[in-house]
Ligand binder design. Structure first.
Ligand code: BGP
Length: 447
């Protein structure tokens, strides 16, 4: 049996920086973060220039694996260039070699929210079917270059979040109806891309395993009013289980097709797509899990136009981060059970963590709440494993402080503090927080 993968996670645009260095092209993530917070991805946590130091920290932490993503635009700056960008390849080669030298398994995500702007400007990114071929070609390059060293691949991070976020896809369409249609077209193409790449990995890297990483916030009904129970059930099916069903079973569920039809959405289905979707069954499911939400039937402005029957409410029984993410280890147990009972596929917790605003005091951070979160959630994970759920790994989000996907640098998740703030990037020096030692102990005690 393989060793359990105690691990930590990051993603390229959130940690690397060097966003235009050594030939890298711009991505939708670079544009989105710049617009949103202004502090941008240009430096992030400066991991591009801290490879040895960061791997030494991973080694000290005691992790068995490190989940990071490869930036497509470092390998092919526009997404579909004729030639590979060798400098980009060299960076990932160095990182992977350094990890292997320290007996740390790389867990490589192929796409984490950063679609190259080159293909977005040329043909609309995943809104066009051309992106399926370009993504597959990029994945083939990665499998060929690194397939011998890497045993764990993830295809696309949180396609289910990308499917409702126009700016993650580089879509600038003001008309809501047209925008939702474009998002669903892109989503369909990503399912094809996911399946193609999964099948290709099985062919080129038979010793490796591959799966998607899905965002799964478990949903509770806000009350026992059947309307609320039904709304929570439907929303969870729509946001999390429809995507997982499509990955695992290789087809859109009938109720989901009906739902899209009712919303006036058409899918760009071509002959032979059924076979493509069925071709790439994942070996495991990556699950990004942070919190639970309570759902009320009805409408609310904040929901996407695809969802017009339910909205989220605060759960009075739970505590929350400043950004409204709940603390709910029992919800984690239930999430693991639900995923495993439904698919009977091994699960890797690809993200789990706690965010807060933090400041360095005496060269450290006393992040008790994060330590408690990690202890409570890993305990619930182990209870789920004792109850039969096959969990193959657990990745804390995040290894070091990084650019939050939605809230800039002030929202910190790291076990390691990175000394910079929203406006001043300083030198990005690293300092271990208390939670670093908590997680180190969790690994030691349970390995
Ligand atoms: C997931 C993403 C990560 C990460 C995390 C926390 O959706 O895969 O990239 O950012 O959520 O989200 P945020 O940074 O918005 O707090």
């Amino acid at each position: 049996m393989n060793e359990f993968l105690w691990a930590v996670s990051t993603s390229a645009f959130q940690v690397e920086g060097a966003y235009l260095e050594d030939g890298k092209g711009l991505t939708t993530a670079d544009i989105r973060c710049e617009k949103k917070k202004g502090c941008g991805t240009s430096v992030a946590s400066d991991s591009y220039h801290h490879v040895e130091e960061d791997v030494a920290l991973l080694k000290e932490l005691g992790v068995k694996a490190y989940r990071f993503s490869i930036s497509w635009a470092r390998i092919y700056p526009k997404g579909n260039d004729a030639d590979i960008n060798e400098a980009g390849v060299a960076y990932y080669r160095k990182l992977i070699q350094e990890l292997k030298k320290n007996q740390i398994e790389p867990i490589v995500t192929l796409l984490h929210f950063d679609v190259p702007m080159g293909i977005v400007e040329e043909y609309g990114g995943f809104v066009s079917r051309k992106a399926v071929d370009d993504f597959t070609r990029y994945a083939e390059t990665i499998f060929t270059l690194f397939g011998k060293e890497v045993k764990y691949f993830l295809t696309i991070n949180e396609q289910n979040v990308m499917s409702i976020s126009a700016n993650m896809q580089g879509i600038e369409e003001a008309d809501t109806k047209k925008r939702v249609q474009m998002l669903q077209t892109a989503n369909y193409h990503m399912y094809l891309a996911n399946a193609e790449v999964t099948a290709l990995c099985h062919k080129l890297c038979p010793h490796a395993i591959i799966g998607p990483a899905v965002s799964y916030p478990t949903l509770y009904p806000a009350t026992c009013d059947p309307q609320d129970v039904y709304a929570a059930y439907r929303l969870e099916e729509l946001m999390a289980f429809a995507p997982m069903d499509i990955y695992v079973h290789g087809e859109y569920p009938v109720w989901y097709l009906n739902y899209l039809k009712d919303k006036g959405i058409t899918l760009p289905i071509e002959e032979g797509d059924d076979e493509i979707l069925k071709r790439g069954k994942p070996d495991y499911l990556g699950v990004n899990w942070y919190c639970t939400n309570a759902v009320k039937a009805g409408t609310n402005e904040a929901m996407t136009s695809l969802v017009d029957f339910a909205y989220m409410q605060k759960n009075p029984h739970l505590s929350y981060t400043e950004w409204g993410w709940s603390y709910d280890p029992l919800g984690f147990y239930m999430a693991l059970r639900k995923c495993y009972d439904r698919y009977h596929l091994p699960v890797m917790i690809t993200e789990n963590g706690w965010s807060s605003r933090e400041e360095l005091v005496d060269q450290t951070v006393h992040d008790e709440k994060r330590s408690a979160y990690l202890i409570d959630h890993t305990n619930e994970m182990m209870r789920a494993m004792q109850d039969g759920v096959a969990v193959i790994g657990y990745c804390v989000w995040s290894f070091i402080d990084l650019m939050s996907s939605g809230d800039g640098f002030e929202k910190r998740y790291g076990l390691v503090y990175v000394d910079r703030n929203e406006t001043d990037v300083k030198e990005c020096k690293r300092y271990k927080k208390d939670s670093f030692y908590t997680y180190q102990r969790i690994i030691e005690e349970n390995s």
